[in-house]
Every structure is written in structure tokens, then in C-alpha cells.
Design a protein around this ligand. Structure first.
Ligand code: ATP
Length: 533
């Protein structure tokens, strides 16, 4: 008997181990595939999602994809490992009790609706409170994600205390919310036990009465009560697994909310073919207007940029230059009017194909942690990087020399966001990255930040060479760039108010001329100068 008992226990333990491993594998598989699917969807979302405020902040999305996706896995595990077996056990025990005494079983089952109502009510409140607590953690995560990368500014303003106070407010709000949730959850088990105990005590009373009147045997009563006592474990387990699922439900909702956000219009029809013909020809804006929410930013903008031309967008800050470029990159769609490439509406060119033919250098040169080569050949898998092409792009961007000076050269690892490089070096790498894929059109948002003279000359030289080869659209903040452009589009309050070459516009003596004159008596970049009133 001892041997058989040990054998059975060993089998049970082995089965338990196998079950847990298998179920975790299933739960983690589900988590991982949902996580990948949701991240894939995040990649297709429009820029407005990322530029939106509040719950779409990067930190919040990161929290949904990490901690909350994990919580979803734990919930799946609780469902498979505890809820299903306990529910089955409950059904089996009830069947056994029905066989022993239909009458007493009926009396026991009479409390089932009350128990179900209790569990449902408590579960609902747990879900609601868990959701608000989850929102608060996400807010905390978004806040930390915003502040930590900006520690330079925090420290430079000696704002550590201020930041601590802001964080403490959020942390306290979360503690209060979480406490309300935990209080509700703590109620779960005692409430179920209380209803259950009341049932057992009433049955005892009814059972002893039935025995006294000879309607029921003592042995049967003992067997029935024993079954009843055995019910407590599965009831508790069903209750707590249900509770855990309700607790995890908001995490699932929050993760799936991302999937409910519609992707960029042009991605909605599915991925584009890589082999689509290279778009060539003039870039034409025809009466394009655009609003950010209700705020008009571009008004009836029309122009043509000929193939190979270098056009400078100049104008006061906030006049809509970057927005115009965002429309060309199709990060936003015009509200009215149309954009054509050659004679083809831009909407007819698959988004991926179109963007592959553009090289974009943003004002803040964003680099990623990884090697220099990976940054230049961004978007290409590490094992598919063409090093000769990387070097050629770096040479044209005047970055080759400093890269060779780094320990490791092109294999040198640069810190997160390129924190180990100078501003000028980052900019030259950003230019190299923009030209790695040999774009047909280069779009530059010229940096206004004061690069040291040497870096500025190098960056400008690099750009001059490229301007001679490609269609270049540059948001120009510096006079040198403005003068070397074939044509200038001068913008004010979302409109192109003047258009022409530098000298031509000076002769005309209009808006641009006064803008330029103020610049000559002042060293500030063009864009920061006020327009003539
Ligand atoms: N994502 C956005 N959501 C709402 N409004 C925005 C957004 N981006 C820009 N704006 C607003 O649109 C207007 C035009 O901004 P834009 O960045 O195009 O100007 P800009 O001419 O490039 O300015 P700068 O030279 O200072 O970069 C500004 O008033 C700005 O506040």
C-alpha cells in the first residue's frame, strides 16, 4: 500500500509539473504572438497616434506591450490551470451529492444564484478598479519615460526636487487607486466563505432534523457533509481564478485597444510591393490645405518642384514648413487638394515604395543604440548590411573620417540615441543614413542648433554635393543654404507668399527681402527673425 501510495503521489507530482510547464508554454505563446501582432500594428499607426497627447504617449504604449501583455499571459494561465479544472471538479462533486441526496443537493443548489450574483458583482467591481489602477501605472510609466531621457534638462534646471514632487503625486494617486482595488479583492474570499458557511450550517440543521424524523440515515448525512466540505476548495479556486481573470481583463482591453486603432490609411489596404516602379518626375502640390484637429496650418498651398531642383522652404517659425514636409512624406493626408508625383497622385504610389525613395534628415538627428553601420543602414538586418555602401554613404556625408577615428570604426557601438557622439557627428550620420538607400529625393530639416564651425562646414559641404545630384527640399534656417538653393518658397501663416531665386526675391523687395535684410544685421538663424509687418 505504501509503495502504491508513493507511486500514485509521484505520478500526480509528475503530472502536475507537466501540466504547469505545458500550460505556461501555451500562455506565453499566446502572449508573445499577441505582443508581436500588436507591435506590428503599432508600426502601421499614423503619426497622429504618436503625436497625440495622454494615453497614446510612448510610455503608455510601451507599458501595454510589456507589463500588461505579461499580465495577459498570467490571466490565460489562471484560466487554463485553475478555472477549468476547478469548475470540472465542482460539477463532479455536485453530481456525487445529487446521487447521495437529491433533496439536500437541491437545497444546496438553491444558494447557487446568490453565490453567482455575488461573484459577478464583486468581479465587476474588481475589473473596474483594476482598470483605473492600471491606467494610473501606465501614466506613471509614461511620465518616467518622458523625464528620464531628458535628465540633462532636469539637472541643468536643478529641477530634481520638482520632478520628485511630480512623481510623488502620481505615485500617491496610484497608491490610493490600487488600495481601493486591493480592498475590493480582499473582500472576495471572505464573502464567498460566508455564504458557503451559511449554506453548510443550514444544511446541518435541516439534516439533523431529517435524521431525527428517520427520513435520512446518519451515514448518508456524514457522506453528504463530507462532499459538501470538499466543495469549498473548488468553490474558492473558481472564485479566486475568476477574480484574477477580472483583474487581468483591463490589461487585455488596453492591449487590444491598440489593435482597434485604425492604421494609416495607406497601410489599410495591405503591404505594398517592393518592386513598384520608382516614382520620378516633378513634385506638385495643388491647392493643399491641412488642419491639425480644428487648427488650419496649411491654406491653399500650390507649387511645383522640378526633378533635380533644390528648393528651400523659408519662413517664420510656425508658418507650416515642417507640416508641408510631413504631408510630402505622407505622415498626414491633406484635407483638401492633392499632391502629385509626375502625373501620378501620391495616393496611388504604395506608401512603402514612396518613402523608400525619400531620404529624410530630421532636425533632431535621432540615432539608435547599435553600431555605426547599423545606424547608417537603418532598416536593413545586421547580416544583410552592405558595408561598402555604408562607407560610401558616410564618405559623401563627410562622416567617414570621424567614424574611422572611433574605436571599432563602423562596428563601434554608439550609446542609446547616439549619446556618445557630438551634435555635428550625429547630424552627419543622419545624412549618411538618409542617402544609404540612394533616395531620388532628399528632404532636410536643417538644424538650427549651433554646431561648431568645423562641423557646420562639413555638414554644409556634404549637403552641397548632394544638392547637385538629387531633388532636395530643405527647410532652410541658414543663409548659406538659402542662397545656394535654386528656388525659395517663402511661407507665412500656412501660405506660400513668395517664390523665386534668392537674388530675384531680393530685387522684388517683398517679404523675403525684408526677412533677409533683418538677417544680415543679425546673426540669428533666418527662421527666428520676425517677418516685416
Ligand atoms: N502634431 C501637431 N499637432 C497640433 N499642432 C501642431 C502639430 N505640429 C505642429 N503643429 C502646429 O502647426 C503649426 C505649424 O507647425 P510647423 O512645425 O509646420 O511649423 P514650422 O514652420 O516648421 O516651424 P519651425 O520653423 O519652428 O519648425 C504650428 O503652429 C504648430 O503649433
Amino acid at each position: 500500500m505504501a509503495g502504491v501510495t508513493m507511486g500514485l503521489i509521484t505520478m500526480r507530482c509528475a503530472a502536475q509539473y507537466g501540466q504547469d510547464v505545458w500550460l505556461w508554454e501555451a500562455a506565453l505563446h499566446i502572449t508573445s504572438s499577441v505582443r508581436k501582432q500588436v507591435y506590428g500594428h503599432v508600426q502601421l499607426l499614423g503619426l497622429s497616434y504618436f503625436e497625440g497627447a495622454g494615453d497614446t504617449a510612448a510610455g503608455d504604449t510601451a507599458y501595454r506591450l510589456t507589463a500588461e501583455a505579461d499580465q495577459m499571459g498570467a490571466m490565460v494561465f489562471a484560466f487554463l490551470q485553475r478555472l477549468i479544472p476547478s469548475a470540472l471538479q465542482l460539477v463532479a462533486m455536485l453530481a456525487k451529492m445529487l446521487v447521495l441526496s437529491p433533496f439536500l443537493s437541491g437545497a444546496t443548489l438553491a444558494v447557487a444564484p446568490l453565490m453567482s450574483l455575488l461573484i459577478a458583482r464583486l468581479g465587476d467591481r474588481v475589473r473596474r478598479l483594476s482598470r483605473s489602477s492600471q491606467d494610473q501605472v501606465a501614466e506613471l510609466s509614461a511620465h518616467v519615460n518622458e523625464i528620464l531621457p531628458a535628465m540633462l534638462v532636469v539637472k541643468a534646471h536643478a529641477a530634481e526636487g520638482y520632478e520628485l514632487a511630480r512623481f510623488a503625486d502620481l505615485a500617491d494617486a496610484h497608491r490610493t487607486g490600487r488600495m481601493a482595488f486591493q480592498r475590493q479583492q480582499a473582500l472576495f474570499s471572505p464573502a464567498i466563505t460566508l455564504v458557503y458557511a451559511a449554506t453548510v450550517v443550514s444544511l446541518f440543521a435541516a439534516g439533523t432534523k431529517a435524521i431525527a424524523h428517520g427520513r435520512f440515515s446518519g451515514e448518508k448525512m456524514v457522506a453528504f457533509v463530507a462532499s459538501l466540505v470538499l466543495l469549498i476548495e473548488p468553490i474558492q479556486a473558481v472564485g479566486s481564478a475568476y477574480n484574477e481573470i477580472k483583474q487581468g481583463q483591463p490589461a487585455v482591453e488596453r492591449v487590444f485597444e491598440i489593435l482597434d486603432t485604425p492604421p494609416e490609411a495607406s497601410h489599410a489596404t495591405g503591404p505594398s510591393s517592393e518592386s513598384d516602379s520608382i516614382p520620378v518626375g516633378d513634385i506638385v502640390f495643388d491647392s493643399v490645405s491641412f488642419c491639425y484637429r480644428d487648427r488650419p496650418v496649411l491654406r491653399d498651398v500650390s507649387f511645383r518642384i522640378r526633378e533635380g531642383e533644390t528648393v528651400a522652404l523659408v519662413g517664420p517659425s510656425g508658418s507650416g514648413k515642417t507640416t508641408l514636409v510631413k504631408l510630402l512624406l505622407r505622415l498626414y493626408e491633406p484635407d483638401t487638394g492633392s499632391i502629385r508625383i509626375g502625373n501620378r497622385p501620391i495616393k496611388d504610389i504604395p506608401l512603402r515604395t514612396w518613402r523608400r525613395h525619400l531620404g529624410f534628415v530630421p532636425q533632431d538627428s535621432v540615432l539608435f543604440s547599435g553600431t555605426v553601420a547599423e545606424n547608417i543602414a537603418y532598416g536593413v538586418a545586421a547580416n544583410a548590411i552592405d558595408l561598402r555602401r555604408v562607407e560610401r554613404a558616410a564618405r559623401r556625408a563627410h562622416a567617414d573620417e570621424f567614424v574611422r577615428g572611433l574605436s571599432g570604426g563602423y562596428a563601434a557601438v554608439i550609446g542609446e540615441r547616439g549619446s556618445t557622439l557630438s551634435g555635428g557627428q550625429k547630424q552627419r550620420l543622419a545624412v549618411a543614413r538618409a542617402i544609404y538607400h540612394e533616395p531620388t529625393c532628399l528632404i532636410l530639416d536643417e538644424a538650427t542648433s549651433a554646431l561648431d564651425n568645423e562641423s557646420e562646414v562639413l555638414v554644409r559641404d556634404a549637403l552641397q554635393t548632394l544638392m547637385a545630384e538629387k531633388t532636395v527640399i530643405v527647410i532652410a534656417h541658414k543663409l548659406e543654404t538659402v542662397q545656394s538653393a535654386d528656388r525659395i518658397l517663402f511661407m507665412e501663416q500656412g501660405r506660400i507668399v513668395e517664390e523665386g531665386a534668392h537674388l530675384e526675391l531680393l530685387e522684388r523687395g517683398g517679404r523675403y527681402a525684408s526677412f533677409y535684410k533683418t538677417q544680415q544685421t543679425d546673426d540669428r538663424p533666418v527662421e527666428s527673425l520676425p517677418p516685416k509687418r
